[in-house]
Design a protein around this ligand. Structure first.
Ligand SMILES: NC(=O)c1ccc[n+]([C@@H]2O[C@H](COP(=O)([O-])OP(=O)(O)OC[C@H]3O[C@@H](n4cnc5c(N)ncnc54)[C@H](O)[C@@H]3O)[C@@H](O)[C@H]2O)c1
Length: 345
């Protein structure tokens, strides 16, 4: 049984904890959160030890691997602790808030000789992976345009106020997808933001539209927003359903196109009743199947634990994280200056 630690017992950390606890080859040994109540409650649910301090967790608990699901502002600190303890790590996206943070994590991991996997969950979505495979097989011919859209309601935005940004929360997923599907350097990034109620309440941009120019002349478009109305996803039944988003990824080329449409009018699972009205289920990333979490997040943890057990390289590593974070930083610089930016490196 692999002994697994978790840092950060919030929204995504709770899913990671459950995924580990539901596995037969791993045990959630310890969890850590600066909020004692969060650590204690999650530890009690899964029979783990609870800590308020990550350094103490590493000092006292022998771990085979750790999942870092704290806010990105403390990922470098937590990655350095894991590296010093010799523990391989899966770090949630964005792996660091900026490229310097990625470099710091890479340096710590390299000198300790520990492996790092980037928690880019979209890589483990079947639709994303099969779209990538189709593009690689040449279905599109020469790629001309890649367009990604990721929109949700603003229901979850308050917990990120003052801690993150729309591009770090949402955009980074698609910057990674675009760089993965079309692995050509990006030479220019230009971002503009639509600011409204979400910006007034949380400081997060309501909607950011980023264009990218690849070195081979292909164009990219990434839409990242909290623009779905709150009522679109305000419901209490059916149990276990989580709100759907409005997502798509389209690749158009000289010879054809590939489209992964997860948009408003094509939701797979919908329900209607007189009380809650129409609602659509978000069955991406961490759906429940017969009482267990399945889907992309569970597949990501599975790949991470296989990497730990077999000593194989990570499927998604720090080079991928660096590319995604570099594009995010360029888009944020463009937002701040109003000008197109050439991404560093
Ligand atoms: N893969 C995905 O789709 C996905 C989804 C949600 C969040 N995330 C990422 O995961 C990270 C966490 O997001 P979240 O939504 O779970 O946030 P959250 O605020 O719900 O949870 C973060 C937790 O970390 C704890 N924490 C803060 N500082 C800490 C420290 N120094 N040591 C230990 N614990 C600390 C907080 O108390 C909180 O409980 C972010 O980087 C976010 O972008 C990824």
């Amino acid at each position: 049984m692999l002994q697994i630690g978790l840092i950060g017992c919030g929204a995504i950390g709770a899913f990671h904890a459950r995924i580990v606890a539901e596995r037969r080859d791993a045990r959630l040994a310890a969890v850590c959160d600066v909020l004692p109540a969060a650590a204690t409650a999650l530890a009690a649910r899964h029979g783990a030890l609870a800590f308020g301090d990550a350094a103490r967790m590493f000092e006292t608990t022998p771990l085979d691997a750790v999942i870092i699901a704290s806010p990105e502002s403390v990922h470098v600190e937590h990655a350095r602790l894991a590296a010093a303890a010799g523990v391989p790590m899966l770090i949630e996206k964005p792996v660091a808030p900026d490229p310097a943070g990625i470099a710091a994590i890479a340096a710590a991991a390299r000198s300790a000789g520990v492996a790092v996997m980037a928690g880019h969950v979209e890589r483990f979505e079947i639709g994303s992976a099969q779209l990538k495979a189709a593009v690689d097989e040449g279905v599109c011919g020469r790629v001309v345009t890649i367009a990604a859209r990721r929109q949700f309601t603003s229901a979850e935005t308050h917990r990120f106020a003052g801690k993150s940004s729309t591009l770090k929360i949402l955009g980074v997923h698609d910057f990674d997808l675009l760089s993965w599907v079309h692995p050509v350097p990006v030479v220019a990034v230009h971002a503009v933001a639509g600011r409204g109620r979400v910006f007034d309440e949380t400081g997060l941009d309501d909607h950011v539209v980023t264009t990218l120019l690849f070195a081979d002349g292909a164009a990219g478009l990434v839409e990242s927003g909290w623009t779905l109305p709150l009522d679109y996803a305000r419901f209490s039944t059916p149990r276990g359903w989580s709100p759907a988003g409005n997502n798509r990824l389209d690749v158009f080329g000289a010879g054809g196109f590939v489209s992964n449409d997860m948009g408003l009018r094509t939701q797979q699972l919908i329900a209607f009743d007189a009380v809650d009205g129409f609602r659509a289920a978000g069955i991406r990333h961490q759906p429940e199947l017969y009482g267990r979490i399945t889907g992309a997040l569970a597949a990501e943890v599975d790949a991470f634990l296989a990497m730990v057990a077999d000593g194989t390289p990570p499927l998604v590593g720090l080079d991928d994280a660096r590319r995604a974070v570099t594009l995010t930083a360029a888009a944020e610089e463009s937002l701040a200056t109003g000008l197109p930016v050439r991404p560093a490196g």
